[in-house]
Structure formats: structure tokens, C-alpha cells
Design a protein around this ligand. Sequence first.
Ligand code: PXG
Length: 296
Amino acid sequence: MAGDNTQQWVHLNGTLVPKSGAGVSIYDHGFLYGDGAFEGIRVYSGNIFRLKQHVDRLYASARSLGFSLGISKEEFTNRIAETVRINGHNNGYIRVSVSRGVGLGLDPKHMNSEATVVISTEELRLYSQEMYETGLNVITASTRVPPACCIDPQVKSLGKYINNIAAKEEANRVGAGEALMLNMSGNVAEATGDNLFLVRNGRITTPPTSEGALPGITRGAVIDICQTLGIPCSEAVTTLYDVYAADETFLTGTAAEVIPMVTCDNRTIGDGRPGPITNSIIAEFRKLTLVDGYHV
Ligand code: PXG
């Protein structure tokens, strides 16, 4: 990781510029309307974890929002790798933010630039090691995820996060580590920045994206790990009953990785400690982070 006084660079619309002072227009559609998308990516010992999947999801987000990123996926991948290399950022977080571009007025006809593309490397603010060992206390937020017919949860769009931030604030207010979010039917969709997994009777389930979950890259990795370990894993509509009655539960996300969840709404899940299946998945995930991805 680069030291504090090392010059850091940001990839801004195709050019590497010094991070200090890097910025976008006050008329950027991302800033004005949340009209854009983002990716949070992790690099482990020089391996950009599942970079292809992140780039694919970003392009799908932009396509569904109806704007072009203007460059090929290969070029985009190279820009991310170049940013990691120049910043000597072998471990940490990569933030990729894109928007429709610059233009006042919500009508996309009035854009006067191509898409805005920003790639930066950042330090992560992680959960403490203790939380991985003892597990997270989680609440159910009163803030719901919007129905998929209004804002599709598969799009990692900038604008939809006002809701997730409101739910995260609910967790903060009561000192919980995360908040689960329900959809309009009252089923569990996901947490504010993580996907949910349940273990019951040796079988693993996770809510489907149609219930309001983002198709998380870490979620995909855990589904693959279950296959490797021979643990049955499937998508299932999930209620709070399922959460409360589970033997083990855990959350997955780029920032949190795989983290046990041991209480929900002040109810103890299982025996209140990270369970054996969760721990075996965490161990397997650690190995995968070093080998599955793009080596810079
Ligand atoms: N659900 C939501 C709503 C998310 O935002 C995940 C699930 C997990 O997806 P991945 O692909 O990370 O396994 C996310 C991920 C940030 C930040 O800027 C947010 C995420 C990831 C990294 C950084 O706070 N969200």
C-alpha cells in the first residue's frame, strides 16, 4: 500500500490526474440526479478480485440506464489495472464511479459530454477482526427496498443508495453492525451493502435478485464455494422467520467479505456464535481472493 506522502493518481475520463484536486463538474448528472452507477472492487496481494465480473456488472448497469461508457471493456479493465499499478495499491479498495456525463436538466438529450468515468484507489474502513470472530449484531430496517419494477436492484445505480444510507443510519442509531432491508412484500432482500445467506439443516439459501437483492460479486463467489465444498446452495424467498430460525447466517460484500451475523433484532441466531459452515466458507473465500481475478 502506498505511503501517506506518496503522490496518488485518479483515472479521470481517460487521463491520470493527481488525486488532490481531482473533481467533476457541478453539472455532472451523477451529482445532479444520481444518474450513474458504481463498483467497489477489492485488490488482494495484487490480485483484483473477480475484476471481469465487476466490469461486466458495471457495463450492464450503464446499458440498462441507457448510456454508453464509450470504451471497450478491455480498455476499461486496463484503466483499472493502470490505476492500481501507478498507486502501488496491492491491497485495498478500488472505487469506480460513472455517470451519464455533464449537462443541466434531466433530459439526456441535453448532455454536453460523454460519460464521466472515475477510477480511484482507496483505503478500506473494515469491520474489526473481533467482529469476524464474534459476529455482527444486525437489525431489520424500517426503510424498504424499492420494488424491482421501479428501480431494478440488479443495477448498481448511484441514485438508489439514498435508501440504503437511510437504512444504514437506522443501524447506526442503535449501534447495530448492519441492517436487513425488506421488500414491499415483507420478504428479506439484503443488507444495506451486503447480501444475506442463511444456513439451515446443512443447506444454504440466499434471497433471489427478484426479491430486491443486488447480484453481489461476493455472493457469486460464495455460491461457487458452496459448489466446491459440496454444500447445497440455492436462491429462496426469505422471510424474517427464516432468519430467526436459521442455524447460521452471514453477510457477503466487497467491503465486509464474508462476515457472520449472530443476532437479528436482538434475537440470537443458532447458538449466537459464528457457525462451522460459515467458518469453512470464510476459509475458502480467503484462498479464492488470492487466485481468482486479474493479477496486476
Ligand atoms: N447489496 C448492495 C446493496 C450493495 O451495495 C452488495 C450487496 C454486495 O455486492 P458485492 O458485489 O460487493 O459483493 C453491495 C455492495 C461502498 C461500497 O461504497 C458498497 C458496496 C461494495 C463496496 C463498497 O460503500 N456494495
